[in-house]
Write a protein that binds this ligand. Structure first.
Ligand code: NIG
Ligand code: FE
Length: 414
């Protein structure tokens, strides 16, 4: 028999609609149903409407009474560095003195210090650490999460990180999307042999990871002192040739041309974009590339906020994500990220909701499955301890979820 879930007594159901990214004015147009209900069977939404839920649906169903509250799609965190071997609180004093992020990396710290810790950690230790993080994310309303490798920078550790993500799929409910970020930094062993590392990535790791289906995306950190736009092109094209879809970390600190490259390659997403120029924004619009903006990283690195309004204006679909990692954003709180996006990007609550649901789903190539509440989509949703959408942007610093549902199953209760 089918397993049926009915969410009744919804005060406000708020959701974007459709199976793809929403840009321009459509970013802020959402469906709002007051006094609503929603039904799902075997984890897939089958019907929704207003007023009392139909009697025949309520029969033999698990009923969740939303008690007049807000219901939205489950949140999608489209950019995280979930799997890492340890924290970097030893950088706090340096950062407070104003030592720049790239300077810490150039001295062999930053990403490279997390690489040392991640190489040392066992697969089980990494699973335990990431599972704890995922549990907290889930409690905050996140039901799908992208996760990048990139703290191994050698064959075994990069594969270990991706395998940890596979392990996590079986251990907990948050759905993971795996990204290979072998080009996160040049490892110390290759400091005098860039070409050797590029060959390892493009000729060995990318083909193997694609063949074994260990990742779905390939990403590069295109930045001053890290990888150039030319190197980034070579890596992403190798990924695409093997069926790995392209993502790129670009314009986080300097605008080198990585955003233009993203558009030219029709990358699925370009991420960070703090320093993006008009030509970069234009290229994203032309390329159909989703801009994944990371306001908590601006907050933590004390940097400007990306030009979100200009991107919406230019017709670029904007997603907003956490960037959870031990260096530039040691927080996984997507609700705080939503507050920042509302206040510092000057996006409306409706635009931010789209940014953390369907546009984020599009940034991980899942917009036909998650990111909206509509028949045919996965029943991933949040019942909020809030009467309406404005409320969750008005309050901040506290977890406002009440119940989180993944694939039609309540998996977290306040
Ligand atoms: O997205 N910018 C590159 N990667 C991460 C930071 C990684 C780290 O500092 O450990 C980011 O901000
Ligand atoms: Fe990142």
């Amino acid at each position: 028999m089918k397993k049926r879930l009915v969410v009744s007594n919804i005060g406000m159901l708020a959701t974007p609609t459709g199976n793809g990214p929403r840009s321009g004015p459509r970013q802020g147009e959402i469906l709002v149903l007051e006094d609503a209900w929603l039904a799902a069977e075997d984890g897939i939404i089958t019907a929704m409407g207003q007023g009392q839920a139909p009697e025949d649906l309520l029969r033999e169903a698990q009923v969740l009474d939303a008690k007049g509250s807000l219901v939205t799609p489950g949140l999608v965190d489209a950019h995280t560095h979930l799997v890492f071997g340890g924290w970097r609180e030893h950088e706090l004093a340096m950062k407070r003195k104003g030592v720049p992020y790239l300077e810490i990396l150039a001295q062999g710290g930053g990403i490279l210090s997390t690489v040392r810790m991640t190489r040392q950690a066992t697969r089980e230790e990494l699973v335990e650490r990431a599972q704890k993080a995922l549990h907290t994310m889930l409690s905050l309303g996140v039901t799908t999460c992208e996760a990048k490798s990139g703290y191994g920078l050698d064959r075994d550790t990069e594969l270990k990180q991706l395998q940890v993500m596979q392990d996590l799929e079986k251990l907990q409910p948050v759905e993971l999307v795996r990204t290979f970020l072998g080009a996160h930094a040049l490892p110390v062993e290759y400091q005098n042999d860039r070409e050797g590392y590029l060959r390892l990535l493009t000729q060995e790791l990318i083909p193997y990871i694609a063949k074994e289906r260990l990742a779905e995306f390939c990403d590069v950190f295109c930045e001053t002192g890290v990888f150039t736009p030319e190197e980034s092109r070579r890596i992403l094209e190798a990924g695409q040739a093997h069926g790995l879809k392209a993502k790129i970390h670009t314009d986080e600190i300097d605008a080198l041309g990585g955003t233009e490259l993203a558009g030219q390659l029709h990358a699925v997403s370009a991420e960070h974009l703090i320093a993006a120029t008009d030509s970069g924004i234009e290229a994203l619009a032309q390329g159909g590339t989703v801009a994944v903006l990371l306001p908590a990283t601006s907050f933590y690195l004390n940097k400007p906020y990306a030009r979100a309004r200009d991107m919406v204006q230019a017709g670029v679909p904007v997603a907003v994500a956490s960037d959870y990692n031990p260096g530039s954003c040691p927080s996984l709180n997507l609700q705080f990220v939503m507050n920042l996006a509302c206040w510092n990007y000057k996006l409306s609550p409706q635009e931010v909701l789209t940014a953390v649901t369907v546009n984020a789903a599009a940034a991980v190539h899942r917009a036909d499955q998650v990111g909206t509440l509509e028949p045919g989509k996965q029943a991933d949703l949040v019942i909020w301890d809030a009467p309406n959408l404005d409320y969750i942007f008005y309050r901040f610093g506290e977890n406002l979820t009440r119940t989180v549902v993944k694939n039609g199953i309540p998996v977290w209760e306040a």
